[in-house]
Design a binder for this molecule. Sequence first.
Ligand code: FES
Length: 105
Amino acid sequence: MSDEWIVACDFASVAANDVVRCDVADATYAVIKLSDGRCSVIDGLCTHGKAHLAEGFVDGTTIECPKHNGRFDALTGEPVASPVRVATTVYETRVNVDKIEFRKN
Ligand code: FES
């Protein structure tokens, strides 16, 4: 665990209602931007079958997995549609000037 903020990507590189993949060291994350500009960084692999969530899509405040269409709440990580049953990790996320940053504390 670290208190350091990690740059995920440029704020402008993620469209509203979209998600992009971010790889840092040996971990992968999904960086989500909601329609109102709020951003969320979550674990990149689905808790159900390890699909890359960045290949899914954002619908309202949820992100849908591309593999079996399970859904997570993008802000809390809670599962909201089956077959997902285990929450994903949501990291503390901020927009710092023009960067989306997160930390793992
Ligand atoms: S791998 Fe994501 S819902 Fe099955």
